[in-house]
Design a protein around this ligand. Structure first.
Ligand code: HH2
Length: 277
């Protein structure tokens, strides 16, 4: 399995660790915020040295309750950081945005992949843009919007509903010309889901994998991990994240999005080594 990007092919035979670089003042994990371009570039170099095979840059927080950021503000935060990071590292860079205009400008500055937490639902121009620009796109499941998603998440059967949604969004992407080999699916753990629902999705990740596209999982330091640890804040969720990353990789995730690529690269290597032995 392979993802073709402008920075070269990204092999997925081994799970890829994606480092999170947020050019935001308000992301839920303060240590993941890198709004200063020089500091972001230094963090990027460290993440790649630690084992990140890709970096995900975002300039709009999607934490529960977050309000949308206007396009000019998102670009004003993102582009200086993207330029500095692009100069500093050669790994593929993905852009965490739901806006086609932000994606278009970022792709022109050397970004490789679009990571859309709305799976093309918030901006109808985003998937056609990915098709035209021939770049891979991550399609994630979320119930509602970041502002509302944790208010009252409601599912009859979360596993079935998330799978049906992801299958439908993959077909929508293909219908506007995104090749199947450029689609990545993500069940959106923590996005409009309780801890129990996120757990159910992790246990049945084989069903998402069975849709036939590479699967990305983002569990890093999320609230459901804190809840399982008695309400621990994000700073105390590193080992809890390791447990969830291990489960995700053993269930078939090919990409894991994390704030701590060094430690999580070890987790991935050990899980894969044990599964092979
Ligand atoms: N999680 C976050 C943001 N983007 N994208 C994908 N594909 N999957 C995820 O699970 C995911 C994501 C939330 O984490 P973070 O970026 O650290 O926080 P914030 O949204 O507050 O900036």
């Amino acid at each position: 399995m392979l993802l073709q990007t402008r920075s070269g092919p990204l092999g997925l035979d081994r799970a890829v660790v994606i480092g999170v670089l947020n050019a935001t003042p308000d992301s839920f994990y303060p240590e993941g915020r890198h709004a200063d371009p020089g500091a972001a570039a230094a963090a990027a170099v460290e993440m790649v040295a630690g084992g990140a095979g890709m970096l995900d840059l975002g300039a709009e927080s999607s934490r529960p309750g977050a309000q949308p950021v206007p396009v000019e503000e998102e670009l004003g935060r993102l582009l200086p950081v993207l330029r500095a990071v692009r100069r500093a590292v050669r790994v593929p860079l993905s852009i965490d945005t739901t806006k086609a205009e932000v994606a278009r400008r970022a792709l022109a500055e050397g970004a490789d992949v679009i990571n859309d937490i709305s799976a093309g639902r918030f901006d109808a121009e985003l998937l056609p843009l990915c098709a035209r620009e021939r770049v891979p796109v991550v399609l994630m499941h979320m119930q509602g919007t970041p502002a509302t998603m944790q208010a009252a998440p409601r599912y009859t059967d979360v596993v079935h509903e998330v799978n049906a949604f992801l299958g439908e969004r993959a077909r929508a992407a293909e219908a506007v010309g995104v090749p199947p080999g450029a689609i990545v699916l993500d069940p959106g753990l923590g996005f409009g889901k309780t801890a129990a629902e996120s757990g159910r999705l992790l246990r049945r990740l084989d069903l998402v994998v069975g849709l036939g596209y590479p699967v990305l999982v983002g569990v890093s330091r999320k609230t459901f991990i804190g809840n399982l640890l008695g309400g621990r804040p994000a700073q105390g969720r590193l080992f809890g994240t390791a447990a969830a990353v291990a489960l995700a990789v053993s269930a078939g995730a090919r990409l894991v999005r994390v704030h701590d690529p060094g430690p999580m690269a070890d987790v991935v290597r050990v899980v894969e080594g044990l599964l092979e032995s």
